[in-house]
Ligand binder design. Structure first.
Ligand code: ADP
Ligand code: MG
Length: 556
């Protein structure tokens, strides 16, 4: 007496499904990676929910497993898991309609290059739909952990605009997905082929992935993936390739990381860190609520994804794993917040990332330039946010200056200080909406003439950088060239001072007249010898020092 109800996909989903079916074909086997990844997530979520809902463990099935099977006669591939499962509402919310933000974003990011585009699937959270690359019909049957057997749900669709839902009886919790393959996909109905795909893409999934034995008479199953915690293995045993594979598994990124660090720490706290710096920015680097890239494990068991407890925001691009033996298995986000062990681990992880970047900057400048292009603006936030590590972060900053040949930010404060003019005791900078606007500013004329380098700051975050660094770098104060009359100190010669004074007297009547004209609009009008090609320029009030400005911006 079950009734079947029909629903219509949202327009974007229909578009996505069409795309999956027709244009990602060259990388079609990724459907298995995506469905296995969902199964593994579902198992992780069940484990996590059990801490707060122990009754979920009462169904007696304590053996987490992902099964992959096929039926040559029926032309189907089946993927099933004993994870958390879904209620009817969850099926509608997660698979049917797409309020999920990833879909629109994914469509916007498509490049038309099949390899690149198929790699995007995992990053944008639209993995489930990749089933339609090889299947003409997908049937998903699921029952949420803790629900009654009668509360099973069956979702079915041919991916062409509609899907159906019906209630079914399902004694066991978890999810089963049956793919009815399209004509011509028979080559996938092959144990060896499927095993190879699983090993290629899902070797690092921590749950055992099992397949029926190839021997038709046997009912035995074999585990196909390594299902091991890579970070728990000794460094000496691991190859760069394994590290890179693991990174791709962890990050959904399809490019190799720029650098990584793997350390096992013993002492007051015991933990293992495996941290990666990606080589390209994820699409959501600037989305405030974006997923972070660190995962916390306790004694190899996945506990949760970071939401700021493991890495500060200015290192949010770091991907990796922290595995601690000092935390309880039922640790919650609240416990993490106040944990001394976590504080300790976090600060050691931050230091290791900074050291990794420092070594990269020193030994592999080209790689560092790539890093800076992608993540420099994020790292800059650290100047204001991480007082304890400010000096180390300052060494990592790169700027465009009046000496740069291109707009590329390639000058460190260390370089700048190293070539300061004799008698120069400040680091000069100019803040402008863009580096291009900065380099055209008349404020620079005198500095150009005297051959003094000026940092050209054109990013929104630069305000914070100068605020954070305003006291000094290496004992040198930072000084804006656009506020007040920049004090050139010993860089100014006596002849110039005299000329300025003389001009001041000579032009006194003109100045008086201009002041009267601009009354209420300009605070003062002065003669300057600092301009070489521009007739005049506007300067900020010198009473507003950087520090005062900073305090005003911070509202204190
Ligand atoms: P993502 O995994 O990035 O969230 P997907 O399109 O792969 O995106 O999956 C969409 C959602 O459907 C998942 O977030 C999850 O809520 C749900 N889902 C998919 N497969 C399963 C499964 N095997 N068990 C439980 N929930 C699932
Ligand atoms: Mg997924």
């Amino acid at each position: 007496q079950t009734t079947e109800e029909t629903f219509t996909f949202q327009a974007e989903v229909a578009q996505l499904l069409d795309l999956m079916a027709h244009s990602l074909y060259s990388n079609k086997e990724i459907f298995l990676r995506e469905l296995i990844s969902n199964a593994s997530d579902a198992i992780d979520r069940l484990r996590f929910e059990r801490f707060s809902h122990p009754e979920l463990a009462e169904d007696g099935d304590d053996d987490p497993r992902i099964r992959v099977g096929y039926d040559r006669d029926a032309g189907t591939i089946t993927i099933s898991d004993n994870g958390i499962g879904m209620s009817r509402d969850e099926v509608i919310g997660n698979i049917g309609t797409i309020a999920r933000s990833g879909t629109a974003e994914f469509l916007r990011n498509l490049s038309g290059d099949q390899r690149g585009d198929s790699a995007l699937i995992g990053q944008f959270g639209v993995g489930f739909y990749s089933a339609f690359v090889v299947a003409e019909r997908v049937v998903l049957t699921t029952r949420r952990a803790g629900a009654a057997a009668a509360d099973g749900v069956r979702w079915s669709s041919d991916g062409r605009g509609e899907y159906t839902l019906e209630s079914v009886e399902r004694p066991e919790r978890g999810t089963t997905i049956v793919l009815h393959l399209r004509d011509g996909e028979d080559e996938l109905l092959n144990g060896h082929r499927l095993r190879t795909i699983v090993q290629r893409y899902s070797d690092h999934v921590s749950v055992p992935i099992v397949m029926p034995s190839e021997d038709a008479d046997s009912t035995e199953e074999t585990t196909v993936n390594q299902a091991s915690a890579l970070w728990a293995r000794p460094k000496g045993e691991l190859t760069e390739r394994e590290y890179h594979d693991f990174y791709r598994h962890l990050s959904n990124d399809f490019t190799d990381p720029l650098a990584y660090v793997h350390a096992k720490v013993e002492g007051r706290y015991e933990y293992t860190l495996l941290l990666y710096v990606p080589s390209q920015a994820p699409y959501d680097l600037w989305v405030p609520q974006a997923r972070r890239g660190m995962r916390l494990h306790v004694q190899r068991i996945f506990i949760l994804e970071d939401s700021g407890q493991l890495m500060p925001a200015y290192l949010r691009f770091v991907r990796g794993v922290i595995d601690s033996s000092d935390l309880p298995l039922n640790v919650s986000r609240e416990i993490l917040q106040g944990s001394r062990a976590v504080d300790h681990i976090r600060s050691s992880a931050v230091k290791r990332v900074l050291r990794l970047l420092k070594d990269m900057a020193a030994n592999e400048p080209e790689k560092y330039a790539t890093f800076w292009r992608n993540f420099g603006a994020v790292l800059k936030e650290g100047i204001a946010d991480d007082y304890a590590n400010r000096d180390d972060i300052a060494e990592l900053l790169r700027f465009t200056t009046t000496r740069s040949a291109t707009q590329e930010a390639d000058v460190s404060l260390r370089d700048y200080v190293g070539r300061m003019k004799e008698g120069q005791d400040k680091i000069y900078y100019l803040l402008a909406p863009t580096p291009a606007a900065a380099s055209a500013s008349p404020h620079l004329e005198v500095f150009r003439e005297k051959g003094i380098e000026v940092l050209l700051l054109g990013e929104a975050v630069d305000n914070w950088v100068v605020t954070g660094l305003v006291q000094e770098f290496d004992g040198k104060r930072l000084q804006s060239v656009a506020q007040g009359v920049p004090d050139l100190g010993d860089l100014e010669d006596d002849a110039e001072k005299e000329a300025a004074e003389k001009a001041g007297t000579e032009f006194a009547p003109l100045l008086e007249r201009l002041k009267a004209e601009l009354d209420g609009q300009a605070h003062d009008v002065r003669v300057t010898t600092r301009l070489t090609t521009s007739p005049a320029c506007i300067v900020g009030d010198e009473a507003i020092t950087d520090l005062a400005l900073a305090q005003r911006l911070r509202g204190s």
